[in-house]
Design a protein around this ligand. Structure first.
Ligand SMILES: [Ca+2]
Length: 181
């Protein structure tokens, strides 16, 4: 499932501009910028309603195309960043989401990947149990937040292609494997 704009929502927020909405930007950002201390978080939501309620989800993973290993800073280095995916627990709208009106997210992450400097490939986070909950109706689907696992430690921000990216093959995707019992 590679959602287009009508099947998914994606945007990011930053406390650098707390009232700014970034929907429509060609990229998504997450991390804690070591030079400025600014925090970036990405939000994604995929419509999974086409999958029958009784489906058994054997695997579900979010794929984001990793574009840029560093924030645009004065010294061109990159730092490894542990980026985690969290269940979002409240409604948000991609065209009005900003830092100040973010929904609550679960404090326990679903999966975590540490990103370095190897770009131009998809990075995957496993959200199998979360998708199982969305499909069965046990959980409301408010999507996920991608954020630095430790936002108190300054490391860096990482950039990914958004659903508004010009290259369609680099957009965010949710890959779900399932069967009907
Ligand atoms: Ca979007």
């Amino acid at each position: 499932m590679i959602p287009n704009e009508s099947q998914s929502k994606d945007t990011f927020v930053t406390n650098e501009n707390q009232l700014m909405n970034y929907d429509g930007a060609p990229y998504l950002a997450a991390g804690t910028l070591w030079e400025s201390g600014n925090i970036e978080r990405t939000y994604l939501q995929f419509n999974v309603s086409a999958i029958p309620d009784n489906a058994i989800i054997t695997e579900a993973k979010i794929g984001l195309f990793f574009k840029d290993p560093m924030s645009y800073v004065s010294i061109p280095i990159y730092v490894e960043v542990p980026l985690a995916v969290y269940e979002v627990e409240g409604y948000w709208d991609e065209v009005s989401l900003n830092w100040d009106n973010q929904p609550v997210a679960n404090s326990v992450y679903e999966d975590i990947q540490t990103l370095g400097g190897d770009t131009d490939e998809y990075i995957y986070w496993d959200i199998t149990s979360l998708v199982q909950g969305w499909v069965s109706g046990m959980k409301s689907n408010y999507g996920i937040r991608l954020a630095d696992e430790d936002e108190m430690t300054l490391d860096d921000g990482k950039l990914f292609s958004s659903s508004s990216a010009p290259v369609g093959t680099e957009r965010p995707k949710l890959i779900i494997s399932y069967y009907i019992p």
